[in-house]
Design a protein around this ligand. Sequence first.
Ligand code: F6P
Length: 532
Amino acid sequence: MWDKLRAHHEAVGDRRFETMLDAARAEDFSVQVGDLLFDYSKTNIDAEGRALLIELLDAAGVAARRDAMFEGEKINETEGRAVLHTALRNLDGGPVTVDGIDVMPGVLSTLDRMATFAEDVRAGRFAGAGGKITDVINIGIGGSDLGPKMATIALAPYHDGPRCHFVSNVDPADIAGVLRGCDPETTLVIVASKTFTTIETMTNARTAKAWMGEPVADPAAQFAALSTAADKTEAFGIDGTRVFGFEDWVGGRYSMWGPIGLSLMIAVGPEAFRAFLRGGQAMDRHFRAAPWAENMPALLALVGIWHNQVCGHSSRAVLPYDNRLSRLPAYLQQLEMESNGKGVSMDGADLTVNSGPIVWGEPGTNGQHAFYQLIHQGTRVVPCEFLVAATGPEEDLHHQHQLLVANCLAQSEALMKGRDLAEATGKVADKFEGAELERQARHRVFPGNRPSTTLAYPALTPEMLGMIIALYEQRVFVEGVVLGINSYDQWGVELGKELATALQPVVEGREEPAGKDGSTAGLVAYLRKNGL
Ligand code: F6P
């Protein structure tokens, strides 16, 4: 299949896709789910290319794997686990079994417990030593931080609960900055950690407990825990009534739909949180039912595969023209790169194509004044993914929103059209002449023919955010199955953790850096000489 796709890519070469882009193509190469529109017409994929890409799905058995995932089979083979974050948003979807046991009663009762606790915090029925909770601090890292933080920022217009803060980094600058702005007597600390062993999170949790323990007699009473490890939350001193558990079939980077979303739920309220879940469930239903040619997660995955594994453009920019999605690129970095950044396939063989893409980005229009230079004129092609809403909640500033949208559409148009030498020459013909005119004009040439896709939606509601996040999750799933890799483990983070633990006594000066390489030993010596 890869050979056929490569041959097709060679045959279409550098054809300018702009020449194909009439209204019929725009319609044919767009798909809509509910109110969410995905336009992939500004790419060099044609009907034949799409058909070949879809053959990849069939060759890899994506449909059977998808059904196995939803049905609770242990598709995370290296850890022997099911992959069932979809059950967390399966609000009214019937039973889901793992090892013959229906997990839905547990999922729904935990959701109800979370809602009761969130309402108690929001209404002041659950209070701190000094009264009603004014601030919530979520302490977690990776999937126990990025999702809820991204979504809490995204849904700021729905935020009517206490202030929410997120502490992730073991760098004391992170927690010190947040604690400085909070009153320990009216703060709730949520320790979010699937394993309850992550060193950054547990270190910050102990720091927060000591801070709260200064004025508060029973600091643990103002702590809640989100974890799969009930024994460890108990050992930390957190009462079981404030522990919200989940099972090992929820991967860290897929966990914001359940207990890890508690801070978001406290911020926006259980009703908005359920709307977020409903959006995710709607995308799952679409993913399970729609034929591949109309299946949004599958098409999003195939466009990425075309650009990365077929054309060789290994980086992807995510560019939300929606400032509240400012943390979406960071969230997607973990989702994509921790899931599909792997060099061996499920059976242990080396991958023969690129692994998942390097994902990065910033909201527009900020990025335009920073890195878009490279995207437009650099020597590498960076496929871009734009996101844009028709409206924002700032109704009195709608003219600014219109300017934002104009910029978004202009960027994908500019990437596609570019500017040739003749046009560039015309731009400066009144200022230069001869060889200098050509030299100056060449700096103003844009190659164009650079691909982009656009996700457009009426407004960033909780439901729409749920659809978008589930869309990206299922895209990563499809990409992983096509590449033949396990998207649900993350062995690549282990080595650094082990070495950091081994280095701790060395940086503390309790042990000599014996056996360390010259660079590491030299850096330790330099830092210790300078106050470490
Ligand atoms: O180190 C990577 C990782 O395991 C991520 O996969 C995970 O999201 C993060 O650490 C945090 O893990 P935990 O929720 O167990 O603290």
